[in-house]
Structure formats: C-alpha cells, structure tokens
Design a protein around this ligand. Structure first.
Ligand code: ATP
Length: 349
C-alpha cells in the first residue's frame, strides 16, 4: 500500500511553475528523499502535501484518501501529516515531554507514548528539560519525537539537519532513520544535500525545475543516473566527451566498456560518465596497458579517502578518489590514469 501518492501536481507562483507535473509514490513504511537544487520546487511540494498551499492541478492521496484534487482540499490538521521543520520550532515555554505530548489525546499521553517516542530518539532522560536547555541536535530529536507521537500517516522532514554541524548531522541522520524504522513511520525528507539523501533514504526522487526527473534506490540513482545532469548532481562526476564504438567508450582518459544498452554500436559521439572512484592512478613505471599519463595538480585528503585532481596533456582535469597507499601522488608528480571498469554514456547533446 502507498502512504502517499502524488499525480501530476501543478503549482505556479505567478509565471514560475514551481511544480510542473510532479508524480511520486511513497510506499507505507518507506523513507523517500526528495533531492534537488535550490529553487527546484521541493518546499512547494512539501507545503502542498501538508496542505499549507493549494495545488493548481493534479491530485494528492494520503493512505488512499484524496486530500488535494480538482474538487478537494483537506485542511492541514485533518491530513494526518506531521511536519518537522528546519529548526525544531518547539514551544519554548513547554518542557520536552509537554512538547512531545502536545498533539496527543489524554489516553495516548497516559499510555506512555511520550516516553516511548522519547526513548526512540534517545532522549528519555531529558523529558523534564526546557527547549533552551537542549543543543540544536537534541531539539531536532524532540521535534521528531513530537512528529512521531500521534502516529501520523506521513512525516514530512524539511531539511531537518541543515542547521547542525557536520559531525552532529551524520549522527542525527542515522538516529533519525533508526527511529523512523523502529516506529514503522512513513516519511518524506526534502534536501539539497546528495550525501544526506543517498545515505538516509530507501528511495531518492531527484527534482529539477518542478519535475521529478528520476526516482530509484540510492544505488541506482548514483550508478545509473538518467542523464548527465542527474549524474553531476547526485555525487561527484567527471563528464567527458567521447566516441562510442562497438561497446567501448573512447575518451581522453582512455577506453572503457560501456554499460549494456547505453548507446548504439556504430561510432557515435557520447558524453561519458566517470565517477572519481572509477579512476585508477599508478606511478608511470607500473602503468597498466591503456593508461594515459597525467600530472597531479592537488590532493584533498578526507581521512577515509583522498580526492586527487590530475591534468591530462590536453588540459582536461580529472578527479580520482584513491584509498590508502597512494601517498606517492603528490602535486607535480607524473601518474598513469586508467578507467577501472565499465562506464555509462549518453548520446552527446
Ligand atoms: P530551496 O531549497 O532554496 O528552499 P526549493 O527547491 O524548496 O528551494 P521552492 O521554495 O519550492 O524551491 O521554490 C520553487 C520556485 O517557486 C522558486 O522559483 C521560488 O522563487 C518560487 N516560490 C516559492 N514560493 C513562492 C511564493 N510564496 N511566492 C512566489 N514565488 C515562490
């Protein structure tokens, strides 16, 4: 069963088509991330789902009940939807427990639901605190607990981690996903952060200019993006012009097999996608066949891996993700570059 189903949603602000025919289905119990750049219509979509804005066209169903359509607009408080905003927006004069219990009837409050959801977000010991006595991350946990408490049909999360620093964000993301799963909740997360969408969601809907341009699991969206734009937006991408010939893509960075069915067999100009982890760097004396030489421009050390940017003889710059043991590739060094495995390619625009 789908908890949320959106069909051809349209919404214009003056001449701006914020939603230009959005269709999206969220299965019950799933966490779907809506990922897109600033201005693509994510917030508008969320507000229309919540009932804060009216659709111009299309339909929205929640738990198989139409809440927005040509002749219907169910008000927000009757949609069984909870919204977790960017910054918790807790009631400052209420304790943690009272914030969480705010929307519950007396029976649910007495039944221990407040303690249950506070335990899910790891804050059972903080029930008596006031919001100003909590860190930003803890406030977001309380906001999530408050959203979960009445067991809504759907939880909407609007960039809920954007105000937090990187370390805290990663920890809270994991805990939020665990809490949503443990409670069997269905959620839609809106974000412009691809790492957040890929690491958290069961499925990612990529939005561009008011449309969903691709929806799939994080792996499929990353590995088989629908077009070069999605490829570049979802993860780091090297996009090179090339020629497809008999199942091989020929580029300035070397030749690699093309993933099945990507393009026709006759020589065709293509745009080739290479992810940084698909580029292998070696010292020139160990260069495997098919390598091309390059010069290291810079290295960005990330702890778990390193992004090494190299320049080919024709000036093309490539970013290669390398793991440990590659320390010899310091700036200025000559290296041999090879594409490790099969690549995606699209007919050139
Ligand atoms: P961001 O990540 O920056 O919040 P977004 O993807 O959420 O962006 P929206 O806020 O939905 O995008 O905006 C989509 C388009 O609609 C933008 O061009 C925006 O300027 C416009 N827009 C949004 N809300 C309104 C409004 N209330 N009045 C007029 N135009 C609006």
């Amino acid at each position: 069963m789908s908890a949320l189903s959106i069909q051809d949603a349209e919404k214009a602000w003056g001449s701006v088509r914020a939603l230009a025919g959005v269709s999206l289905t969220v299965p019950a119990g799933a966490l779907v991330a809506v990922l897109g750049p600033s201005g693509c219509g994510k917030t508008t979509l969320l507000r229309c789902i919540a009932g804060l804005d009216r659709l111009d066209g299309g339909r929205i169903r929640v738990d198989d009940r139409e809440v927005a359509g040509p002749r219907s607009h169910v008000p927000t408080h009757r949609r069984r939807i909870a919204l977790v905003p960017q910054e918790g927006a807790l009631f400052p004069h209420l304790s943690v427990a009272d914030n969480v219990g705010y929307g519950l009837d007396r029976a649910a409050r007495r039944g221990g639901r407040v303690a249950e959801v506070l335990a899910l977000v790891g804050l059972d010991a903080h029930h008596g605190r006031m919001p100003h006595q909590l860190s930003g991350g803890q406030q977001q946990r309380v906001a999530l607990a408050r959203a979960l408490a009445p067991r809504p049909s759907l939880i909407l999360l609007d960039e809920p981690f954007s105000a937090l620093d990187a370390g805290l964000r990663a920890e809270l993301r994991r805990d939020v996903r665990t809490a949503l799963r443990a409670d069997g909740a269905t959620a839609v997360l809106v974000t412009h952060d691809q790492a957040e969408a890929l690491s958290l969601a069961d499925e990612v809907a990529v939005m561009r200019d008011g449309r969903v341009v691709q929806m799939g699991t994080p792996t499929s969206v990353y590995r088989t993006p629908a077009d070069p734009w999605v490829a570049a937006f979802v993860g780091e991408a090297v996009l090179l012009p090339g020629t497809a010939r008999q199942g091989q893509a020929e580029t300035v960075a070397g030749t690699a097999p093309i993933l099945p069915d990507a393009v026709a067999d006759s020589p065709t100009p293509v745009t080739v996608l290479i992810r940084p982890e698909q580029l292998h760097l070696t010292v020139p004396r160990q260069a495997p066949p098919g390598s091309v030489t390059a010069t290291v421009l810079r290295r960005d050390f990330h702890g778990h891996d390193t992004l090494t940017v190299v320049r080919l003889a024709d000036g093309t710059e490539l970013a290669a993700r390398t793991l440990d043991g590659d320390d010899q590739h310091s700036p200025g060094a000559e290296v041999a570059v090879r594409i490790r495995d099969a690549v995606l390619a699209w007919p050139a625009a």
